[in-house]
Design a protein around this ligand. Structure first.
Ligand code: GDP
Length: 534
């Protein structure tokens, strides 16, 4: 295992050993396969393939999940914990579909690093780029895994160049592939001067490792045909000259990404990547709140809700709030202050997502993700503490890119519609606006697919068929300014105005021209497309 360059020696060992990260990738690059192998090597499952099988069994539970399966997308993010050597990995899954980017964004507020998986034949694809940009906004350290090296892939230098050019981040090779496609033999481990050979016969077996004295070690000749060996030596020499060295500080600051080459399906390169996560992804980081910074080693427990998932079991209208612990040592049964309501909550049955199973968490530390079942008290952005009135910052809500009116198929059930939409707004699945003029609701989302998901969930969970219909509005902005100015503005623009589920004023727009007009005519009003949730 690589030596971990301990960045903050003051951290208690239980916190220092935690690595909380997400995997970002374009659909099909191999995220699921890599996750399975992580769990396999983390000792969490006996055989790769269980994640998928289990996922499918769970998904058949409801039509909504069926729809998710039919479309081959993962709507809901989940968290998994497993041990790797002396490390505790917390892997937070991000939804892959671009329509759910806001959810993804918030998921990334809960991690300290991201693993970017790219397909060696395809390079940087659109969804990878989008997700990367989100990581960049937060200066998240990024480790790259170039997958599917057992297939015909691009030239190694081309792949690295593309990442550097396209994503404007320096790349430093941690391993170097030998041969390509059918001739792919394995990698030279540049961090440890070892030869890693891939076993094509057994996909769950870790390949053979040959310890070498360096690139000139004659033992190489026994394993690599002369032409490939010559090419390898030449390429590595060039790489050492042209590419930056692996500087851990630069990785932590998000300027440099180490890259490993491998084949997830053949279990190849996965352990090296996991060693890399342990060594180069940071331990739980300091979190920001309005009043101060919160260090993970503080004694008192604090945490924030970054995701709410409702109806994990559709028979019970329960919800699970996913909480990232920002500091302290949490123990089951603890009483925590729910800052927004100023009420104490006894956290009696928190869930730790150990591998593929949900388990009751007896304890958890800063950096961990716990699930708290609740009946709707916990919302995205909420803070929990041992008494301090904290407000975490940086958990955003984005202005929707599509707006449609939502109507109940049965007008007698309009009340239920109110309830259903409020629930989805609190889950973060949609923005729900109540227009000042007229009746009904206007629902804002990022992608069209979300309307279909919402309609099917409202029907399934509330027995209420609904229709989504276009309106004259296309976008919405939150209105900020001093109270009097906002009141005056609202009164003068009633036909555009609505309130969101927190009661905050929202200006609905038809064209960019509407926004320009407000900016010109109301200098004391600010229209914003991002709102902090807390
Ligand atoms: P996801 O959509 O990113 O979760 O991708 P999956 O893990 O579901 O993988 C997509 C497809 O690529 C599946 O058919 C996998 O079996 C395949 N795949 C994953 N890793 C590799 C690999 O290393 N080599 C090859 N040849 N195929 C792979």
């Amino acid at each position: 295992m690589l030596d971990h360059a301990q960045n903050r020696p003051e951290l208690p060992p239980e916190i220092a050993r935690r690595r909380t990260f997400a995997i970002i990738s374009h659909p099909d690059a191999g995220k699921t396969t890599l996750t399975e192998k992580f769990l396999l090597f983390g000792g969490a499952i006996q055989m790769a393939g269980q994640v998928r099988a289990k996922g499918e069994a769970r998904r058949t539970r409801s039509d909504f999940m069926q729809m998710e399966k039919d479309r081959g997308i993962s709507v809901s993010a989940s968290a998994m914990s497993f041990d790797f050597g002396k490390y505790r990995f917390n892997l937070v899954d991000t939804p892959g579909h671009s329509d759910f980017s806001e959810d993804t964004y918030r998921t990334l507020t809960a991690v300290d690093a991201a693993v970017m998986v790219i397909d060696g034949a395809k390079g940087v694809e659109s969804q990878t780029r989008k997700l990367f940009e989100v990581c960049r906004l937060r200066d998240l350290p990024i480790l790259t895994f170039c997958n599917k090296m057992d297939r015909e892939s691009r030239e190694t230098f081309d792949i690295i160049d593309e990442i550097q050019q396209n994503l404007a981040i320096d790349v430093s090779p941690a391993s170097w592939p030998i041969g390509r496609g059918a001739d792919f033999l394995g990698c030279y481990d540049l961090l440890r001067n070892r030869l890693e050979l891939m076993d094509r016969a057994d996909r769950n077996k870790v390949g053979e490792t040959i310890v070498l004295e360096g690139l000139d070690d004659p033992a190489m000749e026994a394993h690599i045909p002369p032409d490939l060996l010559g090419q390898l030596r030449e390429e590595i020499e060039m790489a050492r000259e042209l590419l930056p060295a692996l500087d851990p500080k630069s990785v932590r600051e998000g300027h440099l990404s180490p890259i490993w080459f491998g084949s997830a399906i053949n279990s190849f390169g996965v352990k090296e990547l996991m060693d890399g996560i342990a060594a180069y992804a940071p331990e739980p980081q300091i979190q920001k709140s309005e009043s101060r910074q919160i260090a993970p080693e503080e004694d008192k427990v604090t945490g924030f809700v970054f995701k709410v998932q409702a109806n994990m079991d559709p028979k019970h209208r329960d919800r699970v709030a996913f909480v990232r612990l920002a500091s302290g040592h949490f123990e089951r049964g603890m009483k925590l202050l729910h800052v927004r309501s100023k009420k104490q909550m006894s956290v009696a049955s928190p869930v730790l997502f150990l591998a593929a199973d949900r388990e009751l968490a007896e304890e958890a530390w800063a950096g961990d993700i716990i699930g708290i079942p609740n009946h709707g008290q916990l919302r995205i952005g909420d803070a929990l503490s041992e008494g301090e009135a904290l407000r975490f910052t940086g958990i955003p809500s984005f202005a929707p890119e599509l707006l449609q009116a939502c109507r109940a198929g049965d007008p007698m059930k309009a009340k239920h519609l109110d309830k259903a939409l409020t629930q989805f707004a609190e889950e973060g699945a949609a923005k729900v606006f109540k227009p000042v003029f007229g009746s009904g609701f206007i629902v804002g989302v990022v992608g069209q697919l979300q309307y279909e998901v919402l309609a099917s969930r409202i029907e399934l969970e509330y027995g209420l068929p609904v229709r989504f219909e276009p309106t004259q509005f296309t976008s919405a902005r939150w209105v900020a300014g001093d109270k009097l100015a906002v009141e005056k503005f609202t009164a003068a623009n009633k036909q555009h105005m609505a309130t969101d589920t927190d009661g905050d004023p929202v200006y609905m727009t038809r064209l960019q021209w509407d926004i320009d007009r407000v900016e010109r005519d109301y200098p004391d009003i600010r229209l914003t497309s991002i709102k902090e949730m807390h």
